[in-house]
Design a protein around this ligand. Structure first.
Ligand SMILES: *[C@@H]1O[C@H](CO)[C@@H](O)[C@H](O)[C@H]1NC(C)=O
Length: 147
C-alpha cells in the first residue's frame, strides 16, 4: 500500500516535471535580418531589460500571463526603444505563475542566443510566445517606457 502511494507520488511528480519542460520547448523562431543591433549597444541594453521584465512581470494576480511594454534605456534619444509582447497559454498560467515565468525565461534565452543582433524577433514555445521589435507593433499609440 505504502509502496503504491510512493510510486503514484513519483508518477505525479514526473508528470509535473515533464509538463513544465514541455511548456518551455521551442517550436519556432523568427529572427528578422531587416535590422541589426550590436552586443553592448543601447538597443541590446533595452532588449535585455525588456526580456527580463517579461518574466518578472508575471505573477498570480490579474495580469493573466500577459505582458506588453516597452523599454528605452536611451530615454527618447532615438533607436534605443524596444517594444515587447509576451503571453502564456491559459492552460499553463492556470497552474500558477511559475510555469509561465519559466517558459518566458526559456524563450528569452532562445531569442538572445539564437537571434543574435536581430532588432525584431519572435519565439513560439509549447505554451508561451514572445515577440520584440524596434517598431511599435501594438496597434495602439504606446509612447514612452512603460516598464
Ligand atoms: C543583419 O545581419 C544579417 C546577418 O549577419 C545580415 O544578413 C543582414 O543583411 C543584416 N541586416 C542589415 C540591415 O544590415
Amino acid at each position: 500500500m505504502a509502496a503504491a502511494v510512493i510510486l503514484l507520488s513519483c508518477l505525479v511528480l514526473l508528470h509535473a516535471a515533464l509538463s513544465d519542460a514541455a511548456g518551455g520547448e521551442l517550436q519556432a523562431l523568427d529572427c528578422s535580418t531587416a535590422g541589426n543591433y550590436s552586443a553592448g549597444d543601447a538597443y541590446a541594453a533595452s532588449l535585455h531589460r525588456l526580456l527580463a521584465a517579461m518574466a518578472e512581470s508575471i505573477d498570480d494576480g490579474g495580469g493573466g500571463g500577459f505582458f506588453k511594454g516597452a523599454v528605452d534605456v536611451g530615454q527618447g534619444s532615438g533607436g534605443t526603444v524596444v517594444y515587447g509582447l509576451a503571453m502564456c497559454s491559459a492552460g499553463l498560467f492556470s497552474r500558477g505563475a511559475d510555469g509561465c515565468k519559466g517558459c518566458l525565461t526559456a524563450g528569452a534565452g532562445a531569442l538572445v542566443e539564437r537571434c543574435p543582433g536581430s532588432t525584431t524577433a519572435a519565439a513560439m514555445l509549447d505554451r508561451c510566445l514572445l515577440r520584440y521589435s524596434d517598431r511599435n507593433f501594438f496597434g495602439t499609440a504606446d509612447t514612452g517606457p512603460s516598464v
